[in-house]
Ligand binder design. Structure first.
Ligand code: G6Q
Length: 523
């Protein structure tokens, strides 16, 4: 059964939220914080090694209650049940949305089109495990008898961004394999990658759910030609593996049947890193770590499925984001990770969030008259502080921020980590508290800048009142990364439900593809 179609703006809760917004808007965040009776408990949630602190938001307890009432009026609980049980909530593609089934580590039965999909998922996981072990142990040989040293993932969009982000994020847990990613149809990038590789010791993963994607097929063909300059057709089976739903096309390309890993139409590309699309992750960090990633995501799935809305992390993240997007009219959100390991998190989330919720027709088929999908962007701290943070602190736009940090670093170097985290907290505080005229005045006096007070004072004032979420983990582990990614996946789901849009199709990418095809063939 599909989701209920409710225009959120005609709900009672929305109207109340609007009135409430008019009351909240004039107040500074500092004022709101000071007037909260039970600060800590109401605005922060602990889940395993994760603490999310919502207290630096322009909200009161009543705001949260009204937002929850909105979620209830939009029948979010019912939607969550349908999402997990395999209802075809991706109506425009007539598909279930079951990336959560891929990390269903307890093997609970899930039925799609009268078939329990769990055995097939387990079988694929076993195949990933045994393949990974063969490659890592050196048992799998290249055509000249040497073991594999390098792996190239050939895929784009959902078949690239997730695996690439995770491989980079978990570099600390790396095996001896070097993993490369080729996505763009840019031949120069293909050449730059190939020039460092030895065909005898390189494994190519062609990852394409449809196996019709122009970029991936063009890149795969070029690479096959390059490979055949030094090897023969019969060697392809030792060096080319594919992940796809399109078995015939894969076989036609020349990949041996035993080297094909399945994909399923109930997994969207941008949510597929948990499937065999994540084969590069398993090779990069070993199957046990891949499994830990799945486990973390599964734990977040359970939290999302079972926790009451008011203590549910993805639900609150989504609702607070709607609060800024639809009431404060914030256009964008920034994601600031205080670790270089997560430098690809923002591009990854850009696809997940913007391809999912960048929609303007609602589930009734009508054009929406309210804002939907947020624009997300971001970088790592402290680099961002020396770049774009100026605009957040003193610009004219309201940009809610997610600060992602870790209590511990991986290699130690405690002094670095303490400085890094001091910056993390400093930014959150500076954005929220700001610096008043009086404070600037006093500072300038103390520093002996008497002559400049009049001319410079206004430029040194920070209004503050800039909201953020603090997302703090103990440590960057595969399990915690799984929790983090799944948290954002569910935030996307909640926002789509409330905005009354279909989050799991992506018709918006088609027109450009068609035109590129025409332009190429007419030129
Ligand atoms: C993701 C999108 C899209 C897709 C790519 C690659 O949700 O559908 O980014 O992943 O277009 O598609 P293939 O895996 O079919 O090559």
């Amino acid at each position: 059964m599909a989701l209920k179609n409710i225009n959120p703006t005609i709900t009672t809760a929305w109207k109340k939220l609007y009135e409430h917004y008019n009351l909240i808007k004039p107040h500074h965040l500092n004022y709101l914080k000071e007037n909260r009776p039970n600060k800590k408990n109401d605005f922060s949630i602990q889940f395993q090694e994760l603490e999310v602190d919502f207290s630096n938001n322009r909200i009161t307890k009543e705001t949260l209650e009204l937002l929850i009432a909105l979620a209830q009026e939009c029948e979010l609980n019912d939607a969550i049940q349908k999402y997990f049980s395999g209802d075809k909530i991706n109506v425009t593609e007539n598909r279930a949305v079951l990336h959560t089934a891929l990390r269903n580590t307890v093997n609970q039965k899930i039925v799609v089109d009268n078939e329990n999909i769990v055995p097939e998922i387990s079988k694929t996981l076993q195949k990933i495990e045994s393949f990974t072990n063969k490659i890592l142990s050196g048992e799998w040989k290249g055509y000249s008898g040497k073991s594999i040293t390098d792996v190239v993932n050939i895929g784009i969009g959902g078949s690239d961004l997730g695996p690439q982000m995770v491989v980079e994020a978990l570099k600390y847990y790396k095996t001896h394999l070097n993993i490369h990613f080729i996505s763009n149809i840019d031949g120069d990038h293909v050449q730059e990658t190939l020039k460092e590789l030895n065909p005898e010791t390189t494994l190519f993963l062609i990852v394409s759910k449809t196996f019709t994607t122009q970029e991936t097929l063009t890149n795969a063909l070029t690479i096959k030609k390059w490979f055949l300059q030094s090897a023969t057709e019969k060697d392809i089976k030792n060096h080319f593996v594919a992940v796809s739903t399109n078995l015939q096309m894969v076989k036609d390309f020349g990949v041996a049947e035993e080297n094909i890993f399945p994909m399923w139409d109930w997994v969207g590309g941008r949510f597929s890193l948990w499937s065999a699309v994540g084969l590069s992750i398993s090779l990069a960090v070993g199957f046990e770590n891949f499994n830990q990633l799945l486990l973390g995501a599964h734990q977040m799935d359970n939290h999302f499925k079972k926790t009451p809305l008011e203590k549910n992390i993805p639900v609150l993240m989504a609702l607070i984001s709607i609060w800024y997007n639809n009431f404060f009219k914030a256009e964008t959100e920034v994601i600031l990770s205080y670790t270089e390991y997560l430098k690809s998190l923002a591009p990854y989330l850009q696809q997940a969030i913007m391809e999912s919720n960048g929609k303007s027709v609602d589930r009734n088929g009508n054009k929406v008259d309210y804002q939907t999908g947020n624009i997300v962007w971001g970088s790592t701290g402290t680099n961002a502080q020396h770049a774009f943070m100026q605009l957040l602190h003193q610009g004219t736009k309201l940009i809610p921020a997610d600060f992602i940090g870790f209590k511990e670093s991986l290699y130690g170097l405690t002094e670095h980590h303490q400085k890094l985290m001091a910056n993390f907290y400093a930014q959150i505080q500076a954005l929220s508290d700001g610096k008043t005229k009086e404070e600037v005045h006093l500072d300038m006096k103390v520093n002996g800048q008497f002559n400049q007070i009049e001319s410079l004072l206004p430029y040194k004032v920070f209004e503050g009142n800039k909201p953020s979420n603090t997302i703090l983990f103990k440590k960057l582990t595969p399990q915690n990364l799984g929790i983090l990614i799944a948290m954002y996946e569910h935030k996307i789901f909640v926002q789509g439900v409330i905005w009354n849009i279909y989050s799991y199709d992506q018709f918006g990418v088609e027109l450009g593809k068609e035109l590129a095809h025409k332009i190429y063939h007419n030129s």
